[in-house]
Design a protein around this ligand. Structure first.
Ligand code: GAL
Ligand code: CA
Length: 338
């Protein structure tokens, strides 16, 4: 009798312990994700990398914030009501981190931001808060090196022969740390290599192909062959520029335009193979999605954010490396997006 009683006690203790470490009080692991908009080329690959892990948790709540911060704030409220044990947030507006952090604090749950980096001040305002992304400047530096090397290898690209690289730049969302740093460092890296540059145009196309095509159409009718290089903050916009260039007779016969992007999405890799894109910078969607999921799951279950993983945290952030991709290592780029 005594034996059965103590056995029962051990069982009860074990069960309650298990429930205690599984996050929440129901013993289930629920993680709430937002993507700033599903209709973003690169983010659709990050989303795929996250959703692949669906069967690792009891519930994976996925939300399309449709580029609307107010909508995202509401989605966060709903996920908290549904009992989310942690949040993984791809902000619409990088400035809105403090609002999300306040909600997480009130609900006493951790939050992992990804892709759009909050300020260090916001990250440090809550001990249960982390970031998964990249070092934004790195993509700019690598893109600048691609431009530098290609320009030096092709003196004929200086079509007006003035020794100056005349470029147009398609910028991502203004205020987005990636857009700002890529713009700055791509050009400064070229200039630091001793190449003279002239900026003919710089405007935002909000990471978007269609918007980039419209801008490029306008720039081509204004500058014509005066443009010698197209620098795009991401591949989506590079692809839009290429569509415009193709519509204007480029990449047939002698008419050529060097175009570079960032992300290494499969459509851009095809353009590199076709010869209508000089290079891109791999933004590792697979590993960023996986790291975000891993951290969000661990903290949802009350574990150390890195438990059972090989990710490295530096000042509350996991930063996945960027890699240059051109025709020489195109297979490597393809593998990353398989
Ligand atoms: C960047 C990426 C862009 C866009 C943006 C969204 O890292 O290069 O293509 O997806 O994130 O925040
Ligand atoms: Ca020139």
């Amino acid at each position: 009798m005594k034996k059965t009683l103590s056995l029962l006690l051990v069982l009860v203790m074990a069960v309650s312990l298990f429930a205690g470490c599984a996050g929440g009080d129901d013993g289930k692991t629920i993680i709430g994700f937002t993507i700033y908009k599903y209709d973003d080329n690169f983010m659709s690959f990050v989303r795929r990398a996250i959703e692949k892990n669906e069967d690792q948790v009891d519930e994976l709540l996925m939300n399309d914030s449709q580029n609307d911060q107010a909508k995202q704030n509401e989605q966060v409220d709903v996920m908290i009501e549904k009992g989310a044990d942690s949040l993984a947030i791809n902000l619409v507006d990088p400035q809105a981190a403090s609002t999300i952090i306040q909600k997480a604090k009130d609900a006493e749950i951790p939050v992992v931001f990804f892709n759009k980096e909050p300020s260090a001040e916001d990250l440090n305002s809550y001990d249960q808060c982390w970031y998964v992304g990249t070092t934004s400047s790195e993509a700019g530096i690598i893109q600048g090196e691609l431009i530098r090397d290609a320009w030096k290898a092709h003196p004929e690209w200086d079509t007006n022969g003035d020794g100056v690289l005349q470029y147009v730049l398609l910028k991502g969302e203004p205020g987005h740390p990636d857009a700002e740093a890529r713009t700055k460092f791509a050009i400064s890296t070229v200039v630091d290599a001793g190449i003279k540059v002239e900026e003919l145009e710089l405007q935002t196309a909000m990471w978007d192909s269609a918007k980039a095509k419209d801008l490029m159409d306008a720039w081509l009718s204004k500058h014509g062959e005066g443009i010698e290089f197209v620098v795009a903050n991401n591949d989506g916009m590079a692809l839009g520029a290429i569509a415009s260039l193709q519509g204007n007779g480029y990449f047939e016969g002698d008419l050529f335009m060097p175009v570079v992007g960032v992300d290494a999405i499969p459509d851009a890799l095809s353009k590199i193979e076709e010869g209508s894109m000089v290079g891109t910078v791999l933004n590792d969607a697979t590993n960023q999605g996986q790291a975000t999921f891993d951290l969000a799951k661990n903290v949802a279950e009350g574990k150390d954010p890195l438990e059972g993983t090989s990710w490295v945290l530096q000042d509350k952030a996991v930063r996945v490396a960027y890699v240059a991709v051109n025709i020489d290592n195109i297979e490597f780029g393809k593998k990353a997006y398989e």
